[in-house]
Write a protein that binds this ligand. Structure first.
Ligand code: MLT
Length: 277
């Protein structure tokens, strides 16, 4: 039997699945498209969505949450293309795209490949640069272990490291929630995504060329992409993007879960700037 998996386009899933909230409301607003980090899924945005005042679509990238498995050569570009196809299918021609960490890598790839879709860009607890060689090697090691063992064990510890010190100390319920999300992911997807991220290029120049409004958000206690990464990102925005930096207090890498009101406020202000533009 011939396996066509290598050529099959990847599928991203948008939540909510009905298109009522996603419609462009006759051009009076633009949806926020919320792209999750690794190794979780669209649920990481639930608390932020509850604080938003306008329409949003939370994505499950290929291999995560409700989306079918990813296949073929692992790449962030393939994830961005899958997201673009899902937006095309939903009739979304313009969106404010908010990407958290891995979601930020995807958002930047989308801005590069389908700039007309990205009316505004929020880069949340993420970075524009590629991995250093040691980080790349570590990803490939984790991918191999997840695949060989058929387990997400190599990334389970991220339920602690994705959260800030304050959350870890005072909100153990969040640690349990994130552990549940990680435990629900597929080992093959963990491996695929690690290889995709390992292969991603530096997209600082994509951000420098991007002229739509930009907001950079970071949890003050983010240990994986710390405030210095956000400052580097901010420093490489174009003058036209009129970029803003928002610090989410007492939050770590998962600021949309830990400080949803701050993140939602930043995203609504970005949406307002897009609509004024
Ligand atoms: C994430 O939260 O998406 C990860 O920290 C991204 C990464 O491993 O670079």
């Amino acid at each position: 039997m011939t396996d066509h998996a290598e050529n099959r386009p990847l599928t991203a899933v948008l939540h909510p699945s009905a298109d009522d909230d996603a419609a462009d409301h006759g051009g009076t607003t633009v949806p926020l498209v919320l792209v999750h980090g690794f190794p979780v899924d669209h649920r990481m945005w639930d608390e932020t969505v509850a604080e938003l005042t306008g329409p949003s679509l939370a994505v499950d990238l290929p291999g995560f949450g409700d989306a079918p498995d990813a296949a073929g050569e692992p790449s962030v570009e393939a994830l961005a293309d899958a997201l673009a196809a899902a937006l095309d299918a939903r009739g979304v021609h313009r969106a404010v795209v908010a990407g958290m960490s891995m979601g930020g890598y995807v958002a930047l790839a989308l801005a590069e490949r389908r700039p007309e879709l990205v009316a505004g860009l929020a880069l949340v607890d993420t970075k524009t640069v590629a991995d250093a060689p040691a980080a790349r090697d570590n990803r490939l090691r984790i991918a191999g272990e997840a695949e060989a063992g058929g387990t997400v064990d190599p990334v389970r510890g991220m339920s602690e490291t994705m959260l800030g010190e304050t959350s870890r100390r005072t909100r153990r319920d969040l640690v349990e929630t994130v552990a549940g999300w990680i435990g629900a992911q597929r080992p093959a997807s963990v491996a695929w995504a690690q290889r995709a991220m390992a292969a991603r290029p530096d997209r600082t120049a994509v951000l420098e060329a991007y002229e739509g409004p930009v907001t950079v958000v970071v949890g003050t206690e983010d240990e994986l992409t710390p405030v210095e990464d956000a400052e580097h990102t901010l420093a490489h925005t174009s003058a036209a993007s009129d970029a803003a930096l928002v610090l989410a207090p007492d939050a770590g890498h998962l600021a949309p879960l830990e400080a949803p009101e701050h993140v939602a406020g930043a995203l609504e202000r970005l949406r307002a700037r897009v609509l004024q533009g």
